[in-house]
Design a protein around this ligand. Structure first.
Ligand code: ATP
Ligand code: MG
Length: 429
């Protein structure tokens, strides 16, 4: 019976493992190879004079990354990985890999990111890469469990839509029978509608599509967003929820992914509550002290500005009280100073992770804000209708999963945090 490689210890007497051939070495009288499954690696040693002719024949034909089954005695041996090796009585090639490999899984030969992504199925066999995606899985599972424990209902909203969420130009048009449609840039409008439907608190983890032309290390054209919308809540309530979620996710990863963190050489520090709340005006002041291209009031923070504030703060933090004009039409202005709104961004010292706000729930104000943005309320009728039939006050946010993983694991490029990145130049695999 097959055992996970990690379960084979120096005390095991006899084992059968199935995995990929990670390394092959032939020293004449002795051949070694290393077998890998997702749990670890084990050395297989073949004293050529002592094994059967069948085993010898297989050794001759074996190639790296072939899938093999090995059965034999386990010997404790200090120098081998994990302090043990198998001497095979049976050795079977289950699936022979072609040579040469398009990518070296053992990482003896380093490869550029593009080459790695071209053969992502091989790249993901690397323990380091597998560790990233194991942690990403822990992140989304922990977030889901956390939000369910806070009473949020998990929903799914359409990704093919008729109208832009924010009327922006960053949309991918698609042919939808006789009509033009778009890939949705955010579940914003739909999550608000479902929350209004009486679900009260909803969340979704799903794709968002942005037709941004720029090529950066922190933008994808298809990203994954964790979206939340909560009734009878204001911006402060949902900032606290977001803060608790980040801490819970970090704690869970620290607790359950110690092998993967070690593989990546990361000592994970769990952020502490409360994250500082820095008003927009203060944030641009802090940034303008050090950056060359100053940010004028009403401007978005440039990457350099985000880094300058991040360096000054040094932890996760929120930028709050944004000028109303910088935010989408659905952000709620402060009643006593409507030029500012109840919007916020969650920041990691390196970059923005999430954007959120208390939303406008008053129909007339919302129509006014849509008009003020130069958009036409008619194209939002399906959404606006919701606001005429009992709309609770509400707030929410959208958090980028890839950026969360990227910053948590200190990855240099967001493409490291997604299996099959979509960017300006990449549509396959
Ligand atoms: P940025 O200003 O950094 O480009 P944004 O403000 O346009 O981001 P939002 O519309 O606020 O992004 O989306 C909410 C979150 O979703 C972002 O904070 C980010 O984590 C993630 N996100 C948005 N667009 C992208 C993208 N193109 N690639 C990766 N993640 C994204
Ligand atoms: Mg944003």
């Amino acid at each position: 019976m097959r055992q996970p490689i990690q379960a084979v210890t120096p005390k095991t007497e006899y084992a059968e493992v199935i995995g990929w051939v990670h390394e092959v070495r032939d020293l004449g009288g002795l051949a070694f190879f290393v077998i890998r499954d997702r749990s670890g690696i084990i050395q297989v040693t073949i004293p050529k004079k002592k094994v059967t002719a069948e085993v010898l024949e297989t050794v001759r034909n074996i190639s790296r990354e072939s899938v093999v089954r090995v059965r034999g005695q386990v010997k404790a041996i200090e120098k081998a990985p994990g302090g043990r090796e198998i001497v095979p009585e049976e050795l079977e090639i289950i699936s022979l890999a072609e040579s040469p490999l398009p990518l070296d899984v053992a990482e003896k030969v380093p490869a550029e990111l593009d080459t790695r992504l071209d053969s992502r199925f091989l790249d993901a066999r690397k323990p380091r890469v597998r560790a990233i995606f194991f942690i990403r899985s822990a992140v989304t599972c922990a977030a889901t469990a956390f939000l369910a424990s806070r009473g949020c209902i998990n929903i799914t909203t359409p990704k093919i839509v008729a109208a832009a969420t924010e009327g922006g130009t960053e949309l991918f048009p698609i042919a939808y029978f006789e009509k033009e449609a778009f890939m949705n840039q955010s579940p914003q409008l739909y999550k608000q509608m479902m929350m209004a439907a009486g679900f009260e608190s909803v969340f979704e983890i799903g794709p968002i599509f942005r037709a941004e032309e720029h090529n950066t290390v922190r933008h994808l054209n298809e990203a994954t967003s964790l979206d939340v919308e909560v009734s009878f809540a204001d911006h402060n309530d949902v900032m606290e929820l977001l803060e608790d979620l980040i801490i819970h996710v970090y704690e869970t990863v620290a607790k359950t992914c110690s092998n993967e963190l070690a593989e990546l050489g990361i000592e994970l520090a769990v952020p502490k509550k409360p994250f500082p709340r820095i008003p927009y005006i203060e944030a641009i002041e802090i940034a303008n002290r050090t950056i060359e291209e100053k940010i004028a009031f009403g401007g978005d923070l440039s990457p350099a500005a985000e880094r300058a504030v991040g360096d000054a703060v040094g932890t996760h933090y929120f930028i709050v009280d944004w000028p109303t004009d910088t935010r989408p039409y659905y952000a709620m202005p402060y009643p006593d100073r409507p030029e500012f709104c109840k919007a916020f961004d969650l920041m990691h010292p390196r970059m923005e992770l999430a954007s959120g706000a208390q939303r406008i729930h008053d129909y007339n104000l919302l129509v006014e804000r849509i008009r003020a943005k130069g958009l036409s309320p008619e194209s939002f009728e399906f959404y606006l209708k919701t606001f005429r039939y009992g709309m609770p006050p509400h707030a929410g946010w959208g958090l980028g999963i890839e950026r969360l993983v990227m910053t948590m694991l200190d990855l240099g490029n967001i493409r490291e945090a997604v299996l099959f990145p979509r960017d300006r130049h990449r549509l396959t695999p």
